[in-house]
Write a protein that binds this ligand. Structure first.
Ligand code: GDP
Ligand code: MN
Length: 405
């Protein structure tokens, strides 16, 4: 699960990670009030107004139909009001949102931390994630902060340093010092970075996160180290033990069909094609998507109904798939391992009847325990459902219905 920058920063702050402070606002009036509070707190007229969407690249991104950037420096309360009005309720397109962009419903009014002082502020990059191949967490750090890290990895990979953490002993002091040293820090800033990394790592493991990306981490002009941005991804499978974090979910940021699917315990990912598919098991779902492509169609979605395909899950699956106007045919591909094919077939027929008329052809392929009985139920149901037992046969039928359209 992804959360917003302001929520990620709140979590980091609880663990003692220094953050760029800010107040979230949903209207220009709230933004003005937030700005006044920040200005009093920092004794400065400068604040940064930051769009809160579940995507990065906001600083360089633009609001549709204007030249307004997603992150802007304001130099007065009047500026804040103008910027807030320009951002709130409008659609922001960044390198990570796709061309349809994301609507800005909230903004963060944050303190300006790039203030002048004894030295120039300097941006770094720090992330923590799971290295599956090595089966342990890795901290990545770079002096090339504020930039697109994929670019750095491609052109100057030597500028990214990595430290793998042994899960049995956790982050060791020498590792944090090694990273701070590799970033070229010294004196107060070195000590600050060691503390920053130590607190950050504790926050990462305690919250069962699967990714933290802090870009930029800033060394301020007075040598403080702080998180200016926070991209936080929590492992969905651990949310049951973090009710406070689960409550941070912002459904407005997610695809409505994907939200409906997760409420029905279905694993659904919307795609751009014309053949809807409903499958039990993620591996079979991927194989089915390949099959659809080979037979000349394009999958409209990935949908794993899980081990127990029954009338209720099949009906929820149908309803979700049918909300996608691009769907021209539906392929149901179920392997009767734990679940019996005749029960699935009965489920399909019941779901079909519950929904009423389904406007697109349906091809059902049931294989495994009681496959023949399953096919019989489908064939005798009197419904407009084509049944197949072999994978190839199902593909031929998909091709056939696509050609007949
Ligand atoms: P992203 O573009 O979505 O990654 O958003 P960030 O939170 O990283 O902010 C984008 C950029 O805004 C940063 O790289 C900074 O250059 C700039 N920025 C953020 N906070 C401040 C600030 O307090 N003062 C100034 N002057 N610039 C800031
Ligand atoms: Mn950033």
């Amino acid at each position: 699960m992804n959360i917003h920058e302001y929520q990620g920063k709140e979590i980091l702050s609880k663990y003692g990670v220094r953050i760029q402070r800010g107040i979230v606002a949903e209207t220009p009036a709230q933004a003005v009030e937030a700005a006044q509070q920040m200005m009093t707190l920092t004794n400065s007229k400068f604040v940064v107004v930051k769009s809160q969407i579940h995507a990065g690249g906001r600083g360089k991104g633009k609001i549709v139909g204007s030249e307004q950037r997603g992150v802007q420096l304001a130099k007065s309360v009047e500026d804040v009001e103008k910027i807030a009005t320009n951002l709130l309720g409008n659609v922001l397109v960044t390198i990570q949102t796709g061309e349809e962009g994301k609507r800005v419903n909230k903004i963060l009014v944050a303190e300006d931390v790039y203030y002048p002082g004894a030295s120039e502020p300097k941006e770094y990059y720090v992330s923590i994630l799971l290295d599956r191949a090595k089966a342990c967490n890795v901290i990545m750090a770079s002096t090339e902060g504020g930039m697109d890290i994929e670019e750095v990895a491609e052109h100057t990979p030597e500028k990214i340093v990595k430290e793998w953490i042994d899960p049995a002993v956790g982050l060791q002091g020498f590792q944090a010092r090694k990273l701070a040293f590799a970033l070229g820090l010294e004196g107060e800033a070195f000590k600050e970075m060691v503390k920053f990394l130590t607190s950050l790592y504790k926050a990462y493991t305690d919250t069962d996160s699967s990714m933290f990306e802090i870009n930029p981490v800033l060394k301020t002009s007075d040598n403080k180290i702080m998180a200016v941005d926070a991209k936080v991804n929590i492992d969905d499978n651990a949310l049951f033990r973090h009710a406070d974090i689960a409550a941070l979910r912002d459904k407005a940021e997610e695809d409505p069909l994907e939200v409906e699917a997760s409420e029905n315990d279905l694993n659904y990912v919307k795609l751009d094609g014309n053949v809807g598919c409903m499958v039990n098991g993620a591996g079979l779902a991927m194989g089915t998507m390949d099959l659809i492509k080979l037979s000349g169609g394009e999958p409209a979605n990935f949908l794993d109904v899980g081990g127990s395909a029954n009338a209720k899950t099949v009906e929820a699956g149908f309803r979700i798939i049918l909300k996608d106007p691009n769907v021209k045919a539906i392929l149901i591909n179920i392997f009767g391992g734990i679940v019996r094919c005749d029960r699935v077939a009965t489920g399909v027929v019941e779901a079909y009847k519950a929904i009423g008329e389904i406007p697109v052809p349906i091809i059902v392929r049931l294989q495994g325990t009681n496959a023949a009985e399953g096919a019989k139920i489908i064939n005798e149901s009197g419904l407009k459902v084509l049944s197949a037992i072999e994978f190839k046969e199902a593909a031929a039928k998909v091709t056939q219905v696509l050609q007949e359209m």
